[in-house]
Design a protein around this ligand. Structure first.
Ligand code: MOS
Length: 779
């Protein structure tokens, strides 16, 4: 997602330095030896053996533990906080609340709105009221519970669909609207509908999903004098540094944030949390390191969610499959604070298919619920849930194959962006054609339809469905700076600021180094994600890390090579352009018998190392870099129980060059798992009548898909279009686009099986059996 100035959402809150123009602009690789291979992660052993030290593993001498007291009500004013008993409890070293010196600081979830770190008006369950540091976690939690708080409870609003009704409880004094209604339009929507042969209209809804990363949110904070070091589970150390410095009025140089490993974020760890600031303040008060990690229950309430989304989509199509008009109305809620409740939802409607007349309107309202956060392709899976089911229905209404309908409407340029810039590559056609072929789309449609008609499986019905997607980000771009150091034995140190959020960033970047220098991966040491020692990087989010960082890595290695060949050309008496490097040797291309060890180069010793700095150049002017995808699936519906079994999935992705086939496929499997969660099992449930509280705040009642929920077969088929225009490695983003079409593809397959449209997530047995019996009654 980008703001008006074209800045992606994940950099909006951090200062973006001017990036020097790239010093070199090498041509794309024609053939590769390392890049593209199926290679295990460079840190696979550390991750699997448990020896990798995650922030939540960090343990420092003398460390205290923090715990946060949270408001138990959906909406309440804090009248008084009495911590006298808590302060006297065993092991308690500090208690912090609104009136503690230094704690009365401002906090923003974004979009300019300021609240307080401990705001006396708690607008959602779980809002922070006070915190404790103690010798053990249990002492800290016990003490937090012993703090006596007087609340004045207020009427609450947990259903965003009631937010604008007269008499609805006001989440903010100013009312329940969060920002202005955002309208986008092109063409003439009325004329578009008038031109159509068929016009369909449907309401859709997706429930709120939680990020639920394996590693909880939190950090360890430690002061040395006036310098603060924070080990934080984060997607972006520089974003966390900037936020801490801003909130605590510290020079950025005095704040060091380290995030070497992290166990998942999915958008909920793109910036610091209140817990980060609280840990830093408790550490300052006690002059001891403080570890503050939230419980699973806390993370369900206050560190983000994919917002609930209500959509109304009206679409017009001609008999030949030409889309004439699309109109989308969205009501979303980012919860109690401005947090982008509806953002991104309309992007697929605006730009996935060619359509001259489009109107979208996004309304964002407040509710008494935890603030939303960017969550795996923000808005896009919701929008695709509506659009891709609508495309299925349109295809049926004009008796056209759903794949064919999509093939008829493939854009080559962005219709929604100013000036209609062309895409560097649009692999949507390839995704659809390749996917249909590998899946056996036409045969499968016929086979399942025949089986259903013949009643061959009894109460079991089979169906196939498909959906496609685009991701309005994923092109990456500057700033990115990387330093590569070459040692005398040919081994390498790679220094970059980016976090490896579990996707294999370190591995892919090491492969780029290896490609250019011929150095094996185990001789590359990676220094990353540390504001004290590594280069600047924007947070790893938006599926932009590979396209952003890999060109800078390549530029840095090429700079090293240039210097190396200058040194070697003297010793080998060769032209620098006639040299190549392989591991610890420089070799003459025209006469491979002439070679020299890097360490033996006469000028190398004086330098000690060769150091190359690489910058990421800008993306091509007036062009757009976006990934595309298509997915096909087969399901089985038990019409007695309402159970849906996912049998198989085929995923095709145009994400540019495949950098590592193993981590690529891992992203595809992970993205589909996310989509299955949205479609089938995940829903934040608020008690909308009695308390406004979340009733399924644990992994038992809030169900994320497990191995048994996964299809037995998922096939990943990259459409490997090396995007030579996008950047110097040819890669586009992958993780998030995968998750966009999944839920809609499943819903379309369920429709194909039983001719019932499920317009609200999740497609669980309760919902589905209700719909099945209703349709039977209606005959
Ligand atoms: Mo992305 S929303 O940063 O996982």
């Amino acid at each position: 997602m980008t703001d008006e100035r074209g800045r992606p959402y994940y950099v909006q809150n951090i200062p973006v330095p001017e990036t020097p123009r790239p010093r070199q602009n090498p041509a794309a690789w024609k053939k590769t030896d390392v890049v593209g291979k199926r290679l295990p992660r460079v840190d696979a052993y550390e991750r699997l053996s448990g020896s990798a030290v995650y922030p939540s593993d960090t343990s420092l001498p003398d460390m205290l533990y923090g715990a946060i007291l949270r408001c138990p009500h959906a909406n309440a004013k804090v009248l008084s906080v009495d911590a006298r008993d808590a302060e006297r409890m065993p092991g308690v070293r500090a208690v912090i609340m609104q009136n503690t010196p230094g704690a009365n600081v401002e906090w923003s979830y974004g979009r300019g709105y300021k609240t307080k770190l401990f705001d006396p008006h708690c607008r959602h369950e779980g809002e922070e009221v006070a915190a404790v540091a103690a010798e053990t976690p249990y002492q800290a939690w016990d003490a937090a519970k012993a703090i006596k708080v007087k609340y004045e409870t207020l009427p609450f609003l947990s259903d965003e669909q009631e937010a604008l009704e007269p008499g609805a409880p006001a989440v903010h004094e100013s009312g329940n609207r969060s920002g202005d209604v955002q309208v986008y339009q092109r063409g003439n929507i009325e004329r578009g509908f008038a031109d159509a042969d068929v016009v369909l209209e449907q309401n859709y809804r997706t429930e709120s999903e939680l990020h639920t990363p394996m590693e909880l949110h939190g950090c360890v904070a430690k002061w040395d004098g006036n310098r603060l070091t924070v080990w934080e589970s984060t997607q972006g150390v520089y974003a966390v540094q900037a936020r801490i410095a801003e909130v605590l009025s510290l020079p950025m140089a005095n704040v060091r944030v380290i995030g070497h490993y992290m166990g998942g974020g999915f958008g909920s760890k793109l910036q610091a949390g209140k817990y980060t600031i609280i840990a830093a303040l408790l550490a300052k008060m006690t002059a001891r390191p403080v570890k503050l990690f939230l419980t699973r229950e806390e993370t369900y309430l206050c560190v983000g969610n994919r917002p609930p989304t209500n959509m109304k989509l009206k679409a017009g199509v001609k008999k030949d499959g030409t889309l004439t008009a699309l109109e989308l109305t969205v009501l979303g809620s980012g919860g109690a604070y401005p947090a982008g409740g509806a953002s991104g939802v309309d992007w697929v409607v605006r730009d996935l298919y060619t359509c001259p007349n489009v109107r979208t309107s996004l309304t964002d309202v407040y509710t008494n619920a935890g603030p939303a956060r960017a969550c795996r392709a923000p808005g896009h899976p919701q929008g695709a849930w509506a659009l891709e089911q609508m495309m299925d229905a349109l295809a049926e209404s004009i008796h056209m194959d759903p794949v064919e309908l999509r093939l008829k409407n493939i854009p080559t340029y962005s219709q929604a962006r100013e000036g209609n810039p062309p895409y560097t590559t649009t692999g949507l056609r390839e995704c659809l054609e390749e996917g249909a072929k590998v899946f056996g789309w036409e045969e499968s449609r016929k086979r399942t339809a025949d089986a259903n008609v013949a009643d061959r499986l009894g109460h079991i019905r089979r169906g196939v469905g498909m959906a496609s997607a685009m991701w309005a980000a994923g092109g990456g771009g500057p700033p990115s700076t990387v330093i590569v150091k070459l040692f005398s034995d040919g081994s390498v140190n790679l220094n970059m600021g980016a976090s490896d959020i579990g996707t294999g960033t370190k591995t892919v970047m090491a492969m780029v180094v290896s490609e250019e220098l011929g150095v094996p991966l185990d001789k590359i040491q990676i220094e990353h994600a540390d504001t004290g020692t590594t280069q600047f990087a924007t947070p790893s989010g938006g599926s932009k890390t590979v396209p952003t960082e890999s060109p800078a890595v390549r530029a840095a290695v090429l700079e090293v090579k240039k210097q190396l060949f200058e040194l070697a050309s003297k010793d080998l008496k060769a032209d620098a352009t006639d040299l190549d490097v392989k591991g610890d040797e420089v070799i003459m291309k025209s006469d491979p018998s002439k070679k020299i060890k890097i360490g033996n180069l006469s000028d190398f010793r004086r330098r000690g190392v060769i150091l190359g700095v690489g910058y990421r150049g800008p993306n091509p002017d007036k062009k757009v870099v976006n990934p595309f995808a298509a997915q096909f699936c087969e399901v089985e519906v038990n019409t007695r129980t309402g159970e849906v079994k996912l049998l198989r999935f085929v995923a095709t992705n145009d994400s540019g060059r495949v950098m590592n086939r193993l981590t690529y496929d891992n992203q595809v499997f992970g993205g589909i798992t996310w989509g299955i969660g949205l479609a089938m099992t995940e829903a934040r449930l608020l008690d909308k009548t009695q308390t406004g509280k979340m009733v399924n705040r644990n992994w038992h009642d809030y169900k994320i898909p497990t191995a048994l929920d996964m299809p037995m077969k998922i096939e990943s088929h990259p459409v490997d279009l090396d995007d030579t225009e996008a950047n110097t490695t040819g890669a586009k983003g992958l993780g998030e686009p995968v998750t966009i079409p999944t839920a809609a593809a499943i819903a379309n397959a369920v429709y194909n099986a039983i001719k019932i449209r499920i317009t609200s997530t999740p497609i669980n047995p309760m919902t589905l059996s209700r719909l099945i019996s209703r349709s039977r009654k209606e005959g």
